[in-house]
Ligand binder design. Structure first.
Ligand code: SF4
Length: 445
C-alpha cells in the first residue's frame, strides 16, 4: 500500500472511530495498578473526582487486597461521586477491576510489565473488564509513552491493509511506529486501535458491517460482502420460513375454519334435535294436559250428574214426604170434619131424640093428666118419671159438651200443622243453598 494511502487510512481510523472514554492524565506518583483504576473510575467520574477517589482509597484501605474483599457499602464512602447511588456503582466497579487483576496476576504488583511488555500485553488483553483501550493505555505508561505493540494491533492494521501480517513484535514495531502522524500521538493511535479491536475487529468473527472503517478496509469489504450474502440467505430463508409459516397458518386457519364449520353444523343439528325433542315433549305434555282436563271434565260432569240425581232424589223424597204429609193432613182434616159432622148428626139426633122424648113426655103428661084425673096415685110416678127424664137430659148434654170440648183442641192442633211447613221450606232452601254452593265450588275447580 502506498505511504499516502496508509496515512489516509490511519487518519480515517482516528477520525471515524469515536472513543468511549478519554484516557486519564498520567500521574507521577501512581503505579500501573492505580493508573488502571483511574481508567475504570474515569468511566463514571470526572478526572478530578477520579483522582480524589484514588487518594481516598489509598487513605481508607491498608492495601488493595483489603479493598478487593471489602463490601460495596464499605468502599462507597471513599468514592467522590455525586450521590450514594453513583458511589455504590463506582465501588462495585473498583471491586470488579481489582478482582479481575487478582485473577489474572494473582497479585496487585504490575510493575514487572515495564520489563516484559509482551507478557504484560498478554495479561492485559485477557482483562475484559479493564478493556483493550485501557490495556493499551497501561502498556503506553509501562513503555514510558512508547507505542504499545501487540499482535492484535498487527491484525487490525493488516486487515486494513496498512502493514503486512507478522508474528514478530519487533518487526511490527518497525512497521507501526512510522504510522504515528504526530509527536506524542502514540497513545491516540493505540487508543483508537484498541477501540476498534474491542468493539468490532474480533479475531474470529469481526463485525465489519458495524465498523466505521469497513469502506476502506479490504478485509472488511470481503467480510461485509459475505455478511450481506449471508444476510440475504438468512433473509431468503426467513422469507421462505415465513411463507411456509404463512402457508401453514393458512392451512391451520382453513382447518380451524373447517373444524369451526363442522362444530357449527354439529351445534345446528344438535339445536334442531333439541328443538324437535322440546316440541315433542311440549306436544306430549299438552296432550296429557288435554287428556287430564278431559278426564277432569268428565269426572266433574259425572259428579254433577250424580249430585243432580241425588238432589232430584232428595227433592222427590221431600216432595213425596210433603205429599204424604199433606195427604195425612187432608185425611186428618177429613176425619175431623167427619167426626164434627158425626157429632153434629149425633147432636141433631140427640136433639131429635130429646124432642121426641119431650113430645112423648108431653104426650105422656097429657095422658097422665087425663089418667090422674082418673087415677089419683098416678102423679107420683109421673113426677119421678119427669125427674128421671131431666136427669137423663142433663147427662146427655154433659156428654155431648165433653165430646165437643175434646174435639175442639184436636182441631186446633190439626190447624197448627201447616205451621210446620215453613220449617220444612227452610230446610229445603238450606239444602238448595248448600247444593248451589257445592255447584259453585265445583265450577271454580
Ligand atoms: S472493517 Fe473489519 S477487518 Fe477492517 S478494521 Fe474494521 S472490523 Fe477490522
Amino acid at each position: 500500500m502506498p505511504a499516502g494511502t496508509k496515512v489516509k487510512v490511519v487518519s480515517d481510523l482516528i477520525q471515524k472511530v469515536n472513543l468511549r472514554w478519554d484516557p486519564p492524565k498520567r500521574l507521577k506518583d501512581a503505579n500501573l495498578l492505580e493508573h488502571g483504576l483511574l481508567c475504570v473510575l474515569s468511566r463514571e467520574l470526572s478526572e478530578s473526582k477520579a483522582e480524589a477517589t484514588l487518594k481516598a482509597l489509598r487513605r481508607d484501605f491498608d492495601d488493595w487486597n483489603v479493598l478487593r474483599v471489602s463490601q460495596v457499602q464499605e468502599v462507597a464512602p471513599s468514592v467522590q461521586g455525586k450521590d450514594d447511588g453513583q458511589n455504590r456503582l463506582v465501588a462495585a466497579m473498583i471491586k470488579q477491576y481489582l478482582q479481575e487483576i487478582f485473577q489474572q496476576n494473582h497479585g496487585f504488583d504490575l510493575e514487572f510489565m515495564r520489563e516484559d511488555m509482551a507478557e504484560g500485553a498478554k495479561m492485559f488483553i485477557k482483562c475484559t473488564y479493564l478493556g483493550v483501550p485501557a490495556a493499551y493505555y497501561l502498556l503506553w505508561i509501562a513503555g514510558d509513552e512508547a507505542m504499545p505493540i501487540t499482535l492484535d494491533m498487527v491484525r487490525v492494521l493488516d486487515r486494513l491493509g496498512v502493514i503486512p501480517r507478522t508474528t514478530s513484535l519487533r518487526k511490527a514495531r518497525t512497521l507501526i511506529e512510522p504510522l504515528v502522524q504526530k509527536k506524542g500521538g502514540e497513545l491516540e493511535l493505540a487508543s483508537h486501535l484498541g477501540e476498534v479491536l474491542e468493539r468490532w475487529c474480533d479475531l474470529r468473527r469481526p463485525k465489519c458491517w458495524l465498523c466505521p472503517l469497513a469502506d476502506g478496509c479490504p478485509h472488511g469489504k470481503k467480510v461485509v460482502k459475505d455478511w450481506k450474502a449471508q444476510q440475504e440467505r438468512i433473509e431468503a430463508a426467513r422469507l421462505r420460513s415465513e411463507s411456509r409459516a404463512e402457508a401453514q397458518r393458512q392451512k391451520d386457519a382453513q382447518r380451524a375454519k373447517r373444524e369451526e364449520d363442522r362444530k357449527a353444523r354439529e351445534r345446528g343439528r344438535l339445536t334442531k334435535k333439541l328443538e324437535r325433542e322440546r316440541e315433542r315433549e311440549q306436544r306430549r305434555l299438552a296432550a296429557e294436559a288435554k287428556k287430564r282436563e278431559k278426564e277432569l271434565n268428565a269426572k266433574k260432569r259425572a259428579e254433577e250428574l250424580a249430585r243432580k240425581k241425588v238432589e232430584a232424589k232428595k227433592k222427590a223424597e221431600l216432595e213425596k214426604k210433603a205429599a204424604a204429609k199433606k195427604r195425612a193432613e187432608d185425611a186428618k182434616k177429613a176425619a175431623a170434619k167427619k167426626k164434627a159432622d158425626d157429632a153434629k148428626k149425633a147432636a141433631a139426633k140427640l136433639k131429635a131424640e130429646q124432642a121426641r122424648k119431650a113430645a112423648a113426655k108431653k104426650k105422656a103428661t097429657s095422658k097422665a093428666s087425663k089418667t090422674s084425673k082418673s087415677k089419683a096415685a098416678a102423679p107420683k110416678k109421673a113426677s119421678t118419671a119427669s125427674k128421671a127424664s131431666s136427669k137423663a137430659k142433663k147427662k146427655v148434654t154433659k156428654k155431648t159438651a165433653k165430646k165437643v170440648t175434646k174435639k175442639v183442641p184436636k182441631k186446633a192442633t190439626k190447624s197448627s200443622a201447616p205451621k210446620k211447613a215453613p220449617a220444612a221450606a227452610k230446610k229445603k232452601t238450606a239444602r238448595k243453598t248448600t247444593s248451589s254452593a257445592k255447584k259453585k265450588s265445583v265450577r271454580k275447580r
